[in-house]
Ligand binder design. Structure first.
Ligand code: GDP
Ligand code: ZN
Length: 463
């Protein structure tokens, strides 16, 4: 749509903040050479070949003092991330040098990039479509290898291709309908046209339903499965947490864009990213204040997609246990029977009665037993149909896409009820077109500016 030349030159640090071997300052736009050249002592960047990396120094043009020894990647449009001219200054890690160079670049004519603005340009310049841009974001945030695979698939455009094919099919049938309407003198045109529309609506709806089936798994992979570990004091919650964390070091993510600065802790269980709720409460060694414990675990249970309820088999059930069993009765839960290395004192008959058909897993955290069965069970609960059940591995993971697919499906329902009610073809056509538009919003073939702003602002700066 918009020509590249309308964009100003933007810059940002593309590497994560903090200490590191190198940092990269990415600069993109029409004026990158004019912005960077005066700061660079080395080859004349304007004359070097594209896609080369060039040694030199960044100098402060006012004082002529050296700021850092750098390598500058020169990538000329259009084969770049943004499809614009891009320079990437690789400097020594560390906040001081990085920030100083960024400041020089900014005072020399570039503007600080907004979060996701490089990717937004890649989209606006037609290099990627919207669902691919979203995949970039998912990749940055991917929490397990499976999440990564789904995002990679999307980045490679498999969802876009599927959606584009559906839209193409709809377009063809709409064109056919137009033709038929233009020749009303033929017999049976109305019947034929209706039949075409109905068949196509059913076909497209079936595809959309298929995609939506993958959405639940997709959402879990993308956002993590909110998991609460509950149980009365001393049953082994902290031990369980440690076992899970030992298997795979927890990934701590800083959730940007939320008002509170929440630190979320993730652990990878057989490819399922568990988002652990209130681990601080479990880590606290003095679980003695029973009342706080109860309130806390109620809150955690309320927020959870999955509850891991831990019981101690070396003691009889207590009222606390019974309360937790009742509080979690309606939740997706797994009951963990811990301390099986000690003599059994828990009344299994009563427990089985209270547990209903909840899966019971016997463990000894002390002897490292049963944890892998637990992990398998968690994976089972969420991926029982197999993780790759989508159409040709296409999985919908994104809440925005899911919403649009539902709307598209609803529009198809309207097509079908319209036909059943004997509505005129041109009205049915309108619903079919609505479906086509909703699908187009997924790939960004039809979009609104607010949507773009909202979407890209979720990226980190420099991407
Ligand atoms: P929490 O209060 O629920 O977090 O329980 P902890 O994980 O802190 O464990 C309480 C005590 O039980 C600690 O002394 C653990 O070493 C012990 N413990 C945990 N799991 C087991 C187990 O499977 N067998 C035995 N014998 N002791 C355990
Ligand atoms: Zn504890």
């Amino acid at each position: 749509m918009t020509a590249t030349s309308e964009f100003d030159t933007i810059a940002a640090v593309a590497t994560p903040p903090g200490e590191g071997g190198i940092s990269i300052i990415r600069v993109s736009g029409d004026d990158v050479f004019d912005v960077v050249e005066p700061l660079f002592k080395g080859k004349n960047l304007k004359n070097v070949k594209t896609h080369t990396i060039n040694y030199g120094h960044i100098i402060d043009p006012e004082t002529q003092s050296e700021v850092d020894e750098v390598m500058v990647s020169v990538m000329r449009a259009p084969k770049t991330y943004t499809r614009e001219d891009v320079l990437e200054i690789n400097c020594h890690g560390g906040l001081m040098a990085t920030n100083e160079i960024l400041q020089l670049v900014l005072s020399n004519g570039a503007r600080l990039a907004e979060p996701g603005e490089f990717t937004k340009r890649a989209f606006l310049n037609g290099r990627i479509d919207l669902s691919q841009a979203e995949a970039v974001m998912d990749l940055i945030r991917a929490k397990t290898d499976k999440s990564m695979k789904v995002a990679l698939n999307q980045l490679d455009g498999s969802l876009s291709r599927l959606i584009k094919n559906l839209r193409q099919d709809i377009l063809e049938v709409l064109a056919q309908v137009e033709v038929n309407i233009d020749y009303p003198e033929y017999d049976d045109v109305e019947t034929m046209t209706t039949k075409l529309l109905l068949e196509k609506a059913q076909e497209v709806k079936a595809s959309i339903q298929q995609l939506l089936k993958t959405a639940k798994q997709g959402k879990v992979l993308r956002e993590g499965l909110a998991t609460a570990i509950v149980g009365r004091p001393n049953v082994g919650k902290s031990s369980l947490l440690n076992q899970l964390l030992n298997e795979d070091k927890a990934i701590v993510t800083d959730v940007a864009g939320t008002t509170r600065d929440v630190i979320e802790e993730y652990v990878n269980v057989a490819g399922v990213p568990l988002k652990l709720i209130d681990t601080a409460g479990i880590r606290k060694t003095d679980d003695t204040v029973e009342k706080i414990g109860v309130e806390r675990s109620r809150k955690a249970i309320g927020a959870a997609d999955l509850v891991l309820l831990v019981l101690d088999t070396s003691e009889p059930l207590t009222d606390g246990d019974r309360q937790l069993l009742a509080d979690t009765a309606d939740e997706k839960r797994i009951i963990i029977l811990n301390k099986t290395d000690l003599p059994l004192k828990l009344d299994m008959t009563e427990l089985q009665h209270l547990a209903g058909d909840t899966k019971l897993i016997k463990t000894s955290m002390l002897q490292n037993q049963g944890v892998s069965e637990l992990q398998e069970e968690i994976a089972h609960l969420f991926f029982d149909e197999g993780i790759e059940s989508g159409q040709g591995n296409v999985m919908v993971t994104n809440a925005r896409h899911i919403g649009l697919l539902h709307q598209a499906s609803k529009a198809l329902d309207d097509v079908m009820t319209g036909i059943a009610a004997g509505m005129p073809v041109d009205l049915v056509q309108i619903d079919m077109t609505r479906c086509w538009n909703y699908l187009g919003e997924i790939t960004g073939d039809s979009y609104q500016d607010e949507l773009l702003d909202q979407l890209f602002s979720q990226f980190c700066v420099g991407k």
